[in-house]
Write a new protein. Structure first.
Lengths: 216, 217
């Protein structure tokens, strides 16, 4: 399927620069897995980072830094220790993307009729606001807006709102100008991965529904 | 003493000239010859395949002062920047076998390592478990072909040219986006424009950058 909705240039720039929060970075990483065009865009922006590194005026180093570095290398095992142990993740009825393999994923929890969520934890960033959402076919999600950016990647099924239709592989970025009322497609349940940026809060019904349960 | 260094082919001299600087060494003025992107790739491969210490020493001499400079510009103190630089160079040594010249150049690869280490510092997670999602040590899917590598080298050059082609305001926007955790505020300050107009300026700069990168692969 052709991907119609991609992360913005600025989002990819922030990912390349390392200034995008961990939650949004995860959602974009899932998008990149399925989108060669965005992988190419990101590679170009990372190369800009490489070019900026290249043009930095060299800073003076302590005279013994190289020696100390070699000393530390002597004491290390020859290959890096791998921390590739997959997390224990509950059966959610979907194949989780590779980018999520080191995340803590909770079981589905009830959020409303036909509406479930699962908490996604990111190693190294307990503050990240990330979750999987699952809505049954035809479900109308409560209208909501946000104080900052909301990132949403469709994993299965489809969604639509006033601005368009979103299929698996699509990533939607909604900023504080967007108030939307997503509806799940009629054909099947929809599962998506959503993240809110930093101190972004949801308002509207969804915010009131989620805040006491999810914590944001 | 000018016969001491190897004669540079014209093409290489062309690449080196803009950055060539005079450094004072043992009282004598000598030109620092910067390694070309191709040379950096060869050095990384020598580290990966043969644990070549001389190759690593040359990589260190080129990258460590630039990584430190980049980290200081990003807001780290001199002491912390040097500590992180050491971590970056250790990662270069240990992860050299994951470097995939079909995916990007050596400078880009080292940049991504420095970027991830900076994230670790800023999140103050001294645990080594931060998940970066974009891990330069993820295994390459397929070994790169000569064609991939040539393409990457071209991209590297195209990107440097693009950066030089941007207007100074747009180049500032792009650079600050890489240095600063909160680039919008810094861009507003640096350019003397209201915060409310930064977003559209960033969008314009990135449009222009994208056009340059697309047209000059
Ligand atoms: Zn895309």
């Amino acid at each position: 399927m052709t991907i119609a909705h991609h992360p913005s240039d600025e989002t990819l720039l922030r990912l390349a620069a390392g200034t995008l929060g961990a939650g949004p970075a995860l959602v974009v990483a899932v998008h990149l897995e399925g989108c060669a065009a965005c992988r190419e865009r990101l590679a170009g922006l990372e190369a800009v980072g490489g070019a900026i590194l290249h043009e930095m005026p060299p800073a003076p180093l302590s005279a013994d830094l190289f020696g100390r570095t070699m000393e530390r290398l002597e004491g290390m095992p020859p290959t890096p220790v791998q921390d590739r142990v997959p997390k224990r993740q509950p059966a959610l009825g979907i194949d989780l993307p590779r980018a999520m393999r080191r995340c803590d994923v909770g079981p589905w929890r009830w959020l409303g009729p036909g509406f479930k969520w699962s908490k996604v934890g990111i190693a190294g960033d307990p503050e990240a606001k990330v979750m999987l959402l699952k809505g049954r076919a035809g479900l109308h999600l409560p209208a909501h807006g946000h104080t900052g950016l909301e990132f949403m990647q469709v994993l299965s099924g489809s969604l639509s709102d006033e601005r368009g239709q979103y299929f698996p592989g699509d990533l939607d970025e909604a900023d504080d100008q967007v108030d939307h009322r997503p509806v799940v497609g009629q054909d099947s349940d929809c599962v998506c991965l959503a993240a809110l940026e930093g101190d972004t809060r949801l308002h509207g019904w969804l915010g009131r529904l989620l805040r006491p349960i999810v914590g944001f | 003493m000018d016969a001491a260094g190897p004669h540079l082919p014209d093409r290489l001299a062309e690449q080196v000239r803009p950055e060539a600087r005079l450094i004072v060494l043992n009282g004598a003025r000598q030109k620092e010859v910067l390694p070309s992107p191709e040379e950096l790739t060869r050095l990384l491969e020598a580290v990966a395949q043969a644990r070549d210490r001389n190759a690593f020493a040359r990589l260190f001499a080129y990258f460590a002062p630039r990584v430190k400079s980049f980290l200081i510009r990003s807001g780290l103190t001199d002491a912390v920047a040097e500590e992180v630089t050491q971590e970056v160079m250790i990662a270069v040594w240990r992860k050299a076998s994951y470097f995939d010249p079909g995916r990007g150049g050596a400078s880009t690869w080292v940049f991504t390592i420095a970027r991830n280490r900076r994230i670790d510092r800023l999140r103050r997670s001294r645990l080594r478990t931060t998940d970066h999602f974009l891990d330069p040590s993820d295994e390459p899917d397929t070994p790169p072909s000569g064609e991939d590598i040539a393409l990457m080298t071209e991209r590297e050059k195209g990107v440097r040219k693009a950066l030089a082609t941007l207007s100074s305001e747009q180049a500032t926007i792009v650079r600050l986006s890489f240095f600063s955790e909160k680039p919008h505020a810094e861009i507003a300050r640096e350019l003397g424009i209201p915060l409310g107009t930064v977003k559209s300026r960033v969008r314009l700069a990135l449009n222009r950058l994208r056009t340059l990168l697309d047209n000059d692969p």
